[in-house]
Design a protein around this ligand. Structure first.
Ligand code: SER
Length: 316
């Protein structure tokens, strides 16, 4: 049986990925490692450890103690928070990944799964149907660390045979953890503010179209790639994955079906420039061809599900 360590496990993706991994591989075989934030109650149903990915010895200790063979390395500072403190973003994203890769080499780990992001693209990449293989000139520290991370992962594969894999996520909407650090987080924040106060002030312009995905598809993408036969993969660390694209205006219109009195105002801030530098839609044909990726959730289905889950929780 696999022994999996998940770093960044208390964050947006980890909080929902860990329970799904535990269902598949057994509760005791998936170790959730986090740092500053608190774990959700669901994570406490299995092994939880505290450690900082910047400290190699923390990771080393966990890999030895639990006889780990696979790491899902989720710990990272994403776009918006990264621009407020690029130095911390660099340290966590680069030193954290380097530590994981070096330990994978030292312990001959079987697999490293590390998400990348559409933030690898910059304003000079094609903005519509952006291909997996194209020019990568990001303008954020987050994007730069993700480009470097993809390249490092490929380097460890060709130089040391470490099986490193990753998808480039679009914005992810989810209900377990409140949105805090991303440029795409407006799309979830509107549910929290809308349900509580019937008002939301959006930090992006109404027509800023970005690629997005619901969490269940995001988890499926990472796990499907992790399980794909190696011989079928031409790419490793840099697969675009797509599900839908929409603007603030489009998702707010959809949400107004459930909250007809929702009032929206717009006050674009520094996150607008980040959003403007990213694609409007992604071409994910490489993921489709090499490991059969296909999303299942569209905008209306996602909005209905998110509204039902969050209104049940927030209106209590
Ligand atoms: N959701 C992320 C962000 O906004 C994109 O990878 O930073």
């Amino acid at each position: 049986m696999k022994k999996i360590l998940v770093t960044g496990a208390f964050g947006q993706i980890g909080s929902e990925l860990v329970p799904v991994l535990r269902e598949k591989y057994g509760k005791e075989n998936v170790i959730a490692m986090g740092h500053i934030t608190s774990p959700t109650p669901r994570l406490e149903e299995g092994p939880i450890v505290f450690g900082d990915v910047v400290h190699k010895e923390d990771l080393d200790k966990m890999i030895r103690k639990f006889d780990i063979d696979t790491v899902y390395h989720l710990a990272a500072i994403i776009s918006a928070k990264g621009e407020l403190n690029p130095q911390i973003a660099y340290k966590i994203n680069m030193t954290g990944l380097y530590n994981v890769l070096e330990l994978a080499r030292e312990h001959a780990l079987e697999r490293i799964v590390v998400p990348s992001s559409m933030a690898v693209f910059g304003p000079d990449a094609p903005q519509d149907n952006t291909p997996t293989d194209t020019i990568l000139h990001p303008t954020t520290m987050y994007g730069m660390t993700k480009v470097a991370g993809e390249l490092l992962g490929s380097y460890y594969f060709s130089k040391y045979g470490i099986d490193v894999r990753g998808v480039r996520y679009p914005g992810i909407l989810s209900s377990e953890t409140p949105p805090t650090a991303g440029t795409t987080d407006y799309a979830t924040a509107v549910f929290y503010d809308g349900i509580r106060t019937r008002k939301y002030e959006c930090f992006l312009k109404e027509d800023t179209t970005l690629p997005m995905m619901y969490m269940c598809d995001a988890i499926k993408a990472l796990m499907d790639l992790a399980e794909a036969p190696l011989k079928n993969l031409k790419h490793h660390t840099d697969f675009n994955v797509a599900a839908m694209s929409f603007s603030p205006k489009e998702i707010f219109t959809e949400l107004k079906k459930y909250l007809p009195d929702l009032q929206i105002s717009y006050k674009p801030d520094y996150r607008q420039a980040i959003a403007d530098s990213w694609p409007r839609s992604l071409d994910d044909s490489a993921a489709h061809e090499e490991w059969g990726w296909k999303h299942s959730i569209d905008l209306p289905t996602m909005v209905k599900d998110l509204y039902e889950k969050l209104s049940a929780r927030l209106e209590k």
